[in-house]
Design a protein around this ligand. Structure first.
Ligand code: PHE
Length: 461
């Protein structure tokens, strides 16, 4: 071994018992706060329909093609992201510095989890509130007041953030492939059914047609700026869990015969449906309550849905169940956020799995304290670009690091890795393969780069 080649860990054995478990684990990662909490509120902040259209285009032209590439990298590399990319780069005769692509993802995962856990903590906190009937018969202003007083108590937020972090690390330490598939298999369908119940309520009681118009027409297209387009693009990566190695790490446990492209397609379609249904359930309620504002930001889910639960029969039950499921959806995503970092520490021999879990848990928790305070004491403390700590953690990761990771993955798989190996490993042929390959090589990286540059100019000028 020379200095230029670091020792590579042994290859991961396939561990997902079937294609279905991989689909479920990947869906568990993809479907989370991004779909239910983030998508509705950023749609509201960016004017609705035009934003949704740009987001859907980003999913099609960059999200799905890059997701296929990322799963492929994991499946072929058979290691944690840092080493998977390094191994494939060396095999393809490229620089070992490609491992920095994996490292970028490790950092992004830590940063995302730091604030993701804070928001997941809100969902946990809403469980006892729902159960106690705090929202029964409440209107928009009452619900906003409850949310505001929740945010005003940093110690309470910190407690829930800590609990969520412990929950995440407990599963991570036990090993991701054990038990996770089972849980997701059962809980994801229940979450979906609950969203459909909410949708039914929104259709019956809310301003449903106004919401449809808001989400799918261009009435507010003027609200779409360069920054909005960047947010839509960043969210396409965020919601699919791509650009930072989460889905690559999961791909590395895939059985060799499992079909990558078809699986990715299924996951991406499910993920998009959950986001759209969440939007269609939330906005009718927002529009039916004169004191709720679609552009009210990160609290949107937490102020609007309790109004719906407060007004429906058995709302206490459904409301509690809903926030329980949102917490679980966040949980299955948070595990995948930290898996690349944990696997890297373990594979490189720097720590055992439990040690890696503890170290990273403490690190994410500590960075997350800044996000807890961003909603109260540090609210007006603006850092770079006028963002507070929470906003900056979100912006740097979702809108900068994930798209950057995505460009690099597209370039690596599209231009530098052996075309034959890619072709052999994929389950698509003929024109479909050629279409994917063309889009991955030329459309996705160029599109992402252009949006990134314009968006950043828009934000910092
Ligand atoms: N996709 C998850 C969500 O929508 C978040 C996530 C991002 C998970 C990146 C893993 C990696 O909530």
């Amino acid at each position: 071994m020379t200095n230029s080649t670091l020792p590579l860990p042994p290859r991961n054995a396939p561990t997902w018992s079937s294609r279905l478990t991989f689909i479920l684990a990947a869906t568990g990662s993809a479907v989370g706060l991004g779909n239910i909490w983030k998508f509705p509120y950023i749609t509201g902040e960016n004017g609705g329909g035009a934003f949704v259209l740009v987001y859907l285009l980003c999913i099609l032209l960059a999200g799905i093609p890059v997701m296929i590439a990322e799963v492929l990298l994991g499946k072929q590399g058979r290691s944690s992201p840092v080493f998977a990319v390094q191994r494939l780069a060396l095999e393809a005769g490229r620089s070992r510095h490609w491992r920095w692509l994996g490292a970028l993802g490790v950092v992004a995962g830590v940063l995302i989890l730091s604030y993701y856990s804070v928001i997941a903590g809100w969902a946990l906190a809403y469980l006892p509130k729902m159960l106690a009937g705090d929202f029964v018969g409440i209107a928009g202003d009452g619900s906003s007041a409850i949310f505001k007083s929740h945010l005003a108590r940093p110690a309470v937020l910190l407690g829930w953030h800590s609990l969520f972090m412990v929950m995440t690390m407990a599963v991570v330490i036990a090993g991701v492939t054990r038990g996770l598939g089972r849980a997701v298999e059962f809980l994801m369908p229940v979450l979906f059914v609950l969203l459909l119940i909410l949708l039914g309520f929104a259709i019956a009681e809310g301003e449903f047609m106004q919401a449809v118009r808001y989400l799918f027409s261009f009435d507010n297209a003027a609200a779409l700026t360069g920054k909005s387009v960047l947010i839509a693009l960043g969210h396409a990566f965020f919601t699919l869990s791509i650009g930072m190695g989460a889905i690559m790490a999961y791909g590395s446990y895939m059985p060799p015969a499992a079909p990558v492209a078809r699986t990715v397609w299924v996951v991406a379609v499910m993920d998009t449906c959950v986001a759209l249904v969440a939007g269609l359930a939330i906005f009718p309620i927002v529009f039916a309550s004169p004191d709720l504002d679609p552009a009210s930001g990160p609290g949107l889910l937490f102020v609007s849905l309790p109004v719906a639960f407060g007004g429906m029969p058995a709302g206490v039950l459904f409301g509690t169940l809903f926030f329980a499921l949102v917490s679980v959806a966040a949980w299955t995503s948070s595990i995948s956020l930290i898996e690349p970092a944990v696997a890297w520490l373990v594979d490189s021999g720097r720590a055992r799995r439990w040690q890696a879990g503890v170290i990273l848990g403490v690190l994410c928790w500590a960075i997350g304290v800044g996000s807890v305070l961003s909603f109260n004491d540090w609210q007006d403390w603006h850092l770079l670009g006028g963002f507070n700590w929470f906003e900056l953690s979100d912006f740097l990761t979702a809108n900068l690091m994930l798209p950057l990771g995505g460009i690099l993955m597209a370039i690596f798989v599209g231009h530098l890795y052996s075309t034959q190996a890619v072709r052999k490993a994929l389950d698509i042929e003929g024109w479909l393969y050629r279409l994917w390959h063309f889009v991955l090589r030329w459309v996705s990286p160029v599109l992402v780069a252009v949006v990134l540059v314009y968006g950043l100019i828009g934000v910092f000028t």
